[in-house]
Design a protein around this ligand. Structure first.
Ligand SMILES: [Zn+2]
Length: 150
């Protein structure tokens, strides 16, 4: 598929370390549209929509923000903690607005398995269907996400 100049430019920004260290694409050789459609297919196989997963991520983040830096019980299976760093992030698409450098860590109490995401991850998933490329520090695997948040 031939990419438009805008899509090419966006992909360049996503691969660069201009906005986040290491970039959003990691070492993923696939194009942006290939990454997005593969994850959309995976999500639909899992029976969830981007809206549903993003809403649940936001709900967990909001609960943990109340006790910033401490673990909070989300329900009988899960605990979460939010850590905040100084500064903000911008959406690479771009989108107006800035996102706090906030990372939510979710832990399954029984297995100890963890998963983490930033506020920007939530935005990228709900607005752009983008879970980031393989090898990116904040890449989110839809299957792991769905199995830990629901
Ligand atoms: Zn955006």
């Amino acid at each position: 598929m031939k990419e438009s100049p805008q899509a090419k430019k966006l992909e360049e920004i996503l691969r660069s370390s201009k906005l986040v260290s290491g970039g959003f694409m990691g070492d993923d050789p696939r194009s942006l549209s290939e990454i997005i459609s593969a994850d959309a297919a995976e999500l639909s196989r899992l029976g969830k929509t981007a809206d549903e997963v993003a809403a649940r991520m936001q709900e967990i983040t909001d609960k943990a923000i109340a006790v910033l830096g401490n673990w909070v019980k989300i329900d009988q299976y899960r605990e979460a903690k939010v850590d905040e760093a100084k500064g903000t992030l911008v959406c690479p698409w771009p989108h107006p607005g800035r996102f706090a450098k906030r990372v939510t860590t979710l832990k399954l109490i029984e297995s100890g398995e963890t998963m983490f995401w930033s506020d920007l991850n939530i935005h990228l998933i709900v607005e752009h269907g983008f879970f980031e490329g393989y090898g990116s520090a904040f890449r989110i695997e839809p299957a792991k996400l769905v199995s830990t948040i629901f």
